[in-house]
Design a protein around this ligand. Structure first.
Ligand SMILES: Cc1ncc(COP(=O)(O)O)c(C=O)c1O
Length: 384
């Protein structure tokens, strides 16, 4: 490995939200960013751009648009045109923008909880509501889709499906047959799909990401795909994301809804994105190998040494979803681990239906930090 991922930079000193929200003695394994420095190509490109000294308004970098077009073709055999690509300052603003453009008050967004909390409030700006088609928890801790229930959940008011793939927090990378069935149902009911694929590069051995829009032309015409280099290369603070919208009318509708409220992207975010996508594949391969070992260690530790707690190995993302319902913790497990173990996780209850009794763990950190957190959690459980 060229990069030493065992090093822990001092992030408290850099106003990191992850490291500053809780007291100094708390280990933060919550919000989804990694404790690793970005790839050196990204840091170098930013230095060079900063040295230029002028930071006026920028056009979309043509080399970046071209790199994204080539990336979609190379990774997914998905042909997109430069004009299909829109830059947006974040994936959450992206799906809220889509809701704003496509929904009217009282209409519904179909989601699959337990899911990333901002999905639950998507469309709030137009007073749209979420409509839940919960994922099914299997006995091994993995999640699947009940397609009958998924279809039955749809009402005449359901006007958008907000998909999360790879899925945060359950760690599923949906298979082609699953994507095809969801897409067919949406087409049958004429429901546009907004697909949050922010975790698409964070896959473990044997997994392949399939953008739902790449299934076929009919699905492409009904889909808005949101991607970003932010999670992948740990540059979330630079506010750069991508919307791919192949349907011209849909694109116009969504982009017009920006209406002076959703700004263009950060210039340095574009520079970082280009260096990330074009020049940082080796770093990505290395960080994924490192995190796969973290995932395996975490899974084994949880299942063998944390009494009453279960975990299934996520297929993608650096997030683990721990089932604490049999751990006989009298209060909310998030509160328990924060108070008794001094470890900050994400509270499962915030992820909607099916999240109660679960916590989410971010394992995108040096291994010694992960092991320290696990030991603290074990001690807290044993000492009760
Ligand atoms: C599924 C998902 N979508 C979106 C985001 C955040 O995206 P952004 O920071 O670009 O708004 C996250 C961050 O954790 C996420 O997990």
């Amino acid at each position: 490995m060229n990069t030493n991922f065992d090093n822990l930079p001092n992030r408290r000193a850099t106003e990191s939200v992850k490291w500053n929200l809780y007291d100094e003695d708390v280990l933060p394994l919550w919000v989804a960013d990694m404790d690793f420095s970005a790839p050196s190509a990204v840091i170098q490109a930013l230095h060079e751009r900063v040295d230029h000294g002028i930071f006026g308004y920028a056009i979309p970098l043509p080399a970046l648009v071209e790199t994204i077009v080539e990336r979609m073709e190379k990774l997914y055999k998905w042909k997109v045109l430069p004009e299909d690509i829109c830059f947006i300052p974040g994936v959450v603003p992206g799906f809220n923008l889509v809701c704003h453009a496509l929904l009217k008050p009282g209409e519904e967004v179909l989601i699959q909880p337990p899911v990333y909390p901002p999905f639950l409030s998507a469309g709030a700006s137009v007073r749209a509501k979420h409509r839940d088609a919960p994922l099914t928890l299997e006995s091994d801790g993995s999640y699947s889709i009940n397609f009958n229930e998924f279809e039955k959940t749809i009402t005449p008011q359901t006007r958008l499906f907000l998909l999360c793939n790879p899925h945060n927090p359950v760690g599923r990378v949906f298979r082609r047959d699953e994507l095809e069935q969801m897409a067919q149902i949406c087409i049958r009911h004429n429901i546009p799909i907004c697909s949050d694929e922010i975790h698409c590069d964070l896959l473990f051995s044997g997994q392949q990401h399939i953008p739902i829009a790449s299934l076929d032309e009919e699905v492409a015409q009904q889909t808005i795909t949101l991607m970003a280099p932010s999670k992948t290369f740990n540059i979330a603070g630079l506010d750069f994301s991508i919307a791919i919208i192949q349907n011209k009318d849909l694109r116009k509708q969504v982009m017009e809804a920006r209406g002076g409220m959703v700004p263009s992207v950060n210039l340095l975010g574009q520079v970082a994105a280009l260096a990330a996508y074009r020049d940082s594949q080796e770093w990505l391969d290395e960080v994924l190998s490192y995190m796969e070992i973290n995932r395996n260690i975490l899974c084994q530790y949880v299942n063998e040494k944390l009494p009453g707690i279960k975990m299934w190995q996520p297929e993608g993302t650096y997030l683990a979803w721990l089932d604490c319902r049999d751990a006989a913790i009298s209060k909310n497990p998030y509160e328990f681990f924060l108070q008794k173990a001094r470890v900050a996780l994400n509270d499962g209850e915030k992820f909607g239906q099916g999240g109660k009794g679960f916590v989410r763990v971010n394992f995108g950190c040096p291994r010694f930090v992960l092991l320290d957190a696990l030991e603290r959690m074990r001690a807290a459980l044993v000492q009760r």
